[in-house]
Design a protein around this ligand. Structure first.
Ligand SMILES: Cc1cc2nc3c(=O)[nH]c(=O)nc-3n(C[C@H](O)[C@H](O)[C@H](O)COP(=O)(O)O)c2cc1C
Length: 350
């Protein structure tokens, strides 16, 4: 557990939101985040959503522990009761998260029953009060993640009212998944695919609110898309593309920062991964808990299918560890210079 230095509530830190990896339940756990951090030192990372109730009543060490290497990392909370969410923030403070984010974008049944997530967009005054309570509980940055609309509330005045009301809490960072959520009728997965992406709506929100930091999320998958988004908003958040193709992360982050894509040193990444897997095994964490997140690492490279297959077939064996990584990497072809359009996916083998 990392201790945070004392800070006045006025001295709110501002995280760099130019590039973030999205919060994803069951995916962006601490091992996944550690792995992403290995690839991209500057990206802002988010936890999976944790409900305020889980923090108040559950196993806090299991829910909140993370590796100091993961910084900067934001804890995403789900909740609708100002006092409960604020108390969850207070309880999480000793862990030293770099910020807290309120989930107003998740459409799952479980979340709807608990009256939080995307449904909260219909109650902007409540969200404002939750955010204000969170801010009073921490000097760390508080932000919101939302959709552009919910069900038939999808016109721009609806989004405008939500954002303007929430901003009265003093929160100035809005991460907007650029599609609405259909709470009745669509599964969470469909809700990430079916409602059309409306980047124009998010761009206009930024134009109306130059004073707010607006981060665009949804469907961003390559450096060109990231560069185009950065011309319209303050930052991007990438979810599925980052998870399924983590080797692309350095090029995506570089695009968000307006830099040329770096060359990734496979040897360094593999050695660090092997050491991490062994360190976790020594604590009783099975190798698969880490390795399930790295299956897509070499996506698009010759041998990547073999890498994935070797890991998938053997990572649950009791002795799976560093040697398995070595075997799986043996299937990969040596790195070749990439054609110019895909600069940054070049990997250098140490
Ligand atoms: C498996 C999975 C789990 C998710 N869990 C969360 C979550 O806990 N909190 C949240 O705000 N969004 C969650 N999301 C939504 C993502 O954060 C993101 O908004 C969405 O996937 C769109 O971004 P993308 O097109 O870059 O993936 C999840 C998405 C996926 C695929």
């Amino acid at each position: 557990m990392t201790q945070v230095p004392e800070k006045s509530v006025d001295a709110i830190n501002r995280n760099d939101h130019r590039f973030a990896v999205a919060p994803m339940m069951d995916w962006t756990d601490r091992h996944c985040r550690w792995f992403h951090r290995l690839l991209v030192p500057e990206a802002l990372l988010f936890t999976e959503m944790v409900t305020s109730g889980a923090i108040l009543h559950g196993d806090r060490a299991r829910l909140l522990d993370f590796d100091p290497a993961e910084h900067p990392v934001v804890l995403q909370l789900g909740g609708a009761e100002p006092e409960a969410v604020a108390e969850a923030v207070r309880l999480a403070e000793p862990w030293g998260y770099d910020g807290y984010n309120l989930n107003c974008g998740c459409p799952s049944d479980r979340v709807q029953r608990g009256r939080f997530g995307a449904g909260l967009m219909r109650e902007p005054e409540r969200v404002r009060d939750v955010l204000a309570a969170m801010r009073s509980a921490t000097a760390r940055e508080v932000s919101v993640k939302c959709r552009i609309g919910v069900d038939d509330c999808e016109d721009e005045p609806f989004l405008e009212r939500f954002v303007a009301t929430c901003a009265r809490s003093g929160v100035d960072t809005f991460i907007v998944h650029a599609r609405k959520a259909w709470l009745a009728g669509l599964s969470p997965k469909e809700n990430r695919e079916k409602p059309p992406l409306r980047y124009d709506v998010v761009a206009r929100l930024k134009q109306r609110h130059p004073e707010l930091r607006i981060v665009l999320n949804g469907g961003l998958a390559g450096p060109d898309a990231v560069r185009a988004a950065m011309a319209r908003v303050d930052g991007v958040m990438v979810g599925r593309a980052a998870y399924h193709d983590p080797g692309a992360l350095p090029a995506l982050v570089a695009a968000a920062h307006g830099r040329p894509a770096p060359v990734v040193d496979d040897g360094r990444v593999l050695a660090a991964l092997a050491a991490y897997v062994e360190a976790r095994r020594a604590e009783g964490v099975p190798a698969a808990a880490v390795l399930r997140h790295v299956l897509g690492l070499f996506r698009g490279r010759p041998g990547s299918r073999c890498w994935r297959r070797v890991l998938s077939e053997r990572m649950r064996e009791p002795d799976a560890g560093a040697a398995l990584l070595h075997d799986a990497a043996g299937a990969l072809a040596p790195a070749r210079p990439e054609p110019s359009g895909r600069a940054g996916r070049g990997h250098a083998t140490a």
